[in-house]
Design a protein around this ligand. Structure first.
Ligand code: GH3
Ligand code: MG
Length: 337
C-alpha cells in the first residue's frame, strides 16, 4: 500500500477538545418564569446551575467560587446586570481569570446593547428567547473559555521551560539571578535579609572521566534533588553553570545560612549513588555562603561574587566544607565536621 506523504498540513495535531457538559453556570434572574425556564434547560443540557434572584447574591457567590460562565438579567433588584458585569471584570483582573458573561435583556436598542458590552458582557440574548438560542450562545462561550484555559496552560508550560534547567529540573542561572534580585527587593521592603549559598561538586571531572558523562549526569541530578528536598518551600535552587548550584534563602541572616549550609552539606555527604555497574559513589560538595545582612548595598552580583570567593577558599582548604563570608570578601571558615 502506498504510504501517505507526511507534510506540515497532515502532521497529527493535538485535538482541541471542548467538553460541553458539566460546566458550572451562575444565573442571576429575578423574573420567575424566565428563571425556571433557564434553570430547567441548563439541567437538561447537563450543566450545573446556581440560580439566584438578585445581583448582590450572585456577586457573593461569584466571589466565593470559581465560576466560568454567568447569565445575568439586565434588570434586577440591588445590582443590575451591567453593574454586576463590571464587578465581575474587576474580580477577573485580580484573579487573572476570564468569565464569560451573557446578558439577558428585554432591551434591544443599539445604545442599550452597546452599554451592556461596555460593562463587560461577551454576549446577550433578548427576551423572549428560544432555548436553542441560549444553548448555542452558551456553547460559543464554552468554546472561548476552553480555548482561554488551554492558552493559559501552554503559557505556564512555556514559562516553566524557559526558567527550568532541563537536566536538573531546577531554575536556570538567569532565573535564579532574577529570584535573588526580587528577594532582595522584598527583603528591603519588609526589612528582612536574604541568604545565598553557592555549591560546587568536588572532583566532578574525575567522576565524568572515570564513569562517563551519563554517570556524571546521574550524580548531578541526585545532588540537585537531595538539596531541593532539604530546603524550605519558599527557598529557591538553581543551576549557576556546570556543577555549580545556587540556593536562595529568604529571611536568612549569617547564623541561619551557617546552619542551613552545614545541614545541606551533610545531607549530600550521606548520599550513596549506585551506578548501573553497581559502583557506589559518595560525592561531596564545597560551598561558599553569605547573607545580605552583612552588605550595606546588597546586589545579586555582590552576593554571588562573595559566595564564589568563599567557595574558592573551601576548595583550597580541602573541599567538603562551606566557608561563610561574614563580610563582603572577608571570610570566616566553617567546616563540615
Ligand atoms: P573541583 O573539586 O575543583 O570543583 O573539581 P571539578 O573536577 O569538579 O572541577 P570543575 O568544577 O571545574 O568541573 C566541572 C565539570 O563539570 C566540568 C564539566 O565537564 C562537568 N560538567 C558540566 N556540566 C555537566 C553536565 O551537565 N553533565 C556532566 N556529566 N558533567 C558536566
Ligand atoms: Mg566541581
Amino acid at each position: 500500500m502506498k504510504k501517505a506523504k507526511i507534510t506540515r498540513e497532515n502532521l497529527p495535531r493535538k485535538k482541541f477538545n471542548v467538553q460541553l457538559k458539566n460546566w458550572l453556570i451562575l444565573v442571576a434572574e429575578d423574573e420567575p418564569v424566565t428563571q425556571r425556564l433557564i434553570a430547567k434547560n441548563l439541567k437538561d443540557w447537563g450543566y450545573e446551575a446556581l440560580v439566584v434572584a438578585d445581583g448582590k447574591k450572585a456577586l457573593e457567590i461569584f466571589r466565593r467560587r470559581r465560576i466560568p460562565l454567568v447569565i445575568l438579567d439586565w434588570m434586577m433588584p440591588h445590582l443590575s446586570g451591567p453593574d454586576l458585569a463590571r464587578k465581575i471584570r474587576t474580580i477577573d483582573q485580580q484573579r487573572n481569570t476570564y468569565t464569560y458573561i451573557v446578558l439577558v435583556t428585554a432591551r434591544n436598542k443599539i445604545q442599550d446593547l452597546a452599554e451592556g458590552f461596555k460593562a463587560g458582557a461577551d454576549d446577550y440574548i433578548t427576551k423572549p428567547f428560544h432555548p436553542l438560542e441560549l444553548k448555542a450562545r452558551l456553547q460559543a462561550g464554552i468554546r472561548i473559555i476552553s480555548l482561554e484555559r488551554q492558552l493559559l496552560a501552554y503559557q505556564k508550560k512555556l514559562e516553566k521551560l524557559a526558567t527550568t534547567d532541563s537536566l536538573l529540573n531546577i531554575k536556570t542561572r538567569r532565573q535564579i539571578l532574577i529570584d535573588i534580585s526580587s528577594e532582595l527587593a522584598r527583603g528591603e521592603r519588609e526589612n528582612q535579609t536574604v541568604g545565598v549559598i553557592m555549591f560546587d561538586i568536588d572532583h566532578f571531572k574525575k567522576i565524568n572521566d572515570t564513569y562517563g558523562h551519563p554517570a556524571g549526569d546521574i550524580v548531578l541530578k541526585k545532588i540537585a534533588r537531595q538539596l531541593k528536598k532539604n530546603i524550605r518551600k519558599y527557598d529557591q535552587i538553581g543551576r549557576y553553570g556546570g556543577d555549580e548550584l545556587i540556593i536562595v534563602l529568604p529571611k536568612c541572616g549569617i547564623a541561619d545560612v551557617t546552619h542551613i549550609s552545614q545541614r545541606l552539606l551533610k545531607s549530600v555527604a550521606r548520599l550513596k549513588i549506585r551506578l548501573a555497574d553497581k559502583t557506589v559513589l559518595r560525592p561531596t560538595l564545597s560551598g561558599g555562603a553569605t547573607s545580605s545582612e552583612v552588605f550595606s548595598h546588597p546586589t545579586p552580583q555582590s552576593l554571588i561574587k562573595t559566595c564564589d570567593q568563599a567557595l574558592y577558599q573551601a576548595k583550597t582548604k580541602g573541599r567538603n566544607q562551606v566557608i561563610i563570608a561574614s563580610r563582603p570578601y572577608s571570610l570566616k571558615g566553617v567546616t563540615h565536621g
